[in-house]
Ligand binder design. Structure first.
Ligand code: AMP
Length: 286
């Protein structure tokens, strides 16, 4: 496995491999790799000849500088894990090389970014789509794998790819969870021990609503109340939002034919860590 830090060097390697007929899969990450990321790498390996994992903590998608500063960084271990899973390249650009003096271009995906994480974190998705397009132009992927854990991100990136006719197939990977149901996240390692016990309720609330949907309930207010009831017993986190939305990430009052996304964001009281999770209701992911 090679570690590469500049787009020029990565493009040079990949253009040669592509000339030799190899296909390329990209797995963009911010590092602090966990089982969720590694499942994406394994999927990428199934989908293409060459797997490129990017590790870049992207400053322009953070709207709180304390979150950016405290974001876990475990680069050496990440490289070992990526290599074990069969990655061929780790692409790790520096902030200065990604955003040199004078960098002034933004990719913005419109209404799909107005709710959920877009509403809670102003500017977040412009940062995400700008960096992902920039990563794609270095990683030259035929296919890129993203996690359903960040469902709105996945829908926004799919829209960017459609709107801009990018020649990249976007593959969605299911959320990988801890044994107790907590969605794997790089931020989980920042939780205090009592918070870690309490945040199991985040997925429990979502699963309760999912069960109710599967038993025939489709109304947003009923499903959201089911989640809220579970969260009302939590001592160590507060709820930022619980929302039912469609594929365009707009609120819906009932689950439509195409399926819906039930999303939550919670803030832990002691560590300040913010966690998101979601479940798809119906055929959202096809
Ligand atoms: P991040 O490093 O948090 O930016 O995530 C990089 C990629 O890994 C994104 O496509 C995420 O959606 C995906 N990802 C993060 N956590 C999980 C998880 N628990 N299960 C599946 N994919 C995940």
């Amino acid at each position: 496995m090679k570690t590469v830090t500049t787009p020029q060097e990565l493009q040079k390697h990949l253009i040669k491999l592509k000339r030799d007929g190899k296909s390329v899969a990209a797995v963009p990450t911010m590092g602090a790799l966990h089982e969720g990321h590694l499942a994406l790498v394994s999927k990428a390996k199934e989908l293409a000849d060459v797997v490129v994992v990017s590790i870049f903590v992207n400053p322009i998608q953070f709207n709180e500088s304390s979150d950016f500063d405290s974001y876990p960084r475990t680069f050496d271990v990440d490289c070992e894990l990526a290599q074990e899973k069969g990655a061929d390249f780790v692409y790790a650009p520096t902030v200065d090389s990604m955003y040199p003096q004078g960098f002034d271009t933004t990719v913005s995906c419109g209404g799909i970014t107005s709710e959920l994480e877009g509403a809670a974190r102003p500017g977040h998705f412009d940062g995400v789509t700008t960096v992902v397009l920039k990563l794609f132009s270095a990683m030259l992927p035929d296919v890129a794998v993203f996690g359903q854990k960040d469902a709105q991100q996945l829908l926004v990136i799919s829209k960017m790819v459609r709107d801009l006719n990018l020649p990249v197939a976007i593959v969605a990977h299911p959320t990988v969870r801890e044994e107790d149901g907590l969605a794997q996240s790089s931020r989980n390692r920042l939780l205090t021990a009592p918070e870690r016990e309490d945040v199991v309720k985040i997925s429990q609330g979502l699963f309760a609503a999912q069960k109710s949907y599967e038993a025939g309930e489709t109304k947003s207010d009923v499903l959201v109340t089911l989640v809220r009831d579970v969260y009302s017993t939590a001592q160590r986190f507060s709820v930022e939002y619980i929302a039912l939305t469609n594929r365009a990430c707009q609120p819906v009052t009932t689950v439509p034919q195409e399926g819906a996304l039930l999303s939550v964001a919670c803030r832990c009281r002691e560590s300040g860590v913010r966690l998101i999770d979601n479940v798809a209701l119906g055929a959202l992911w096809g």
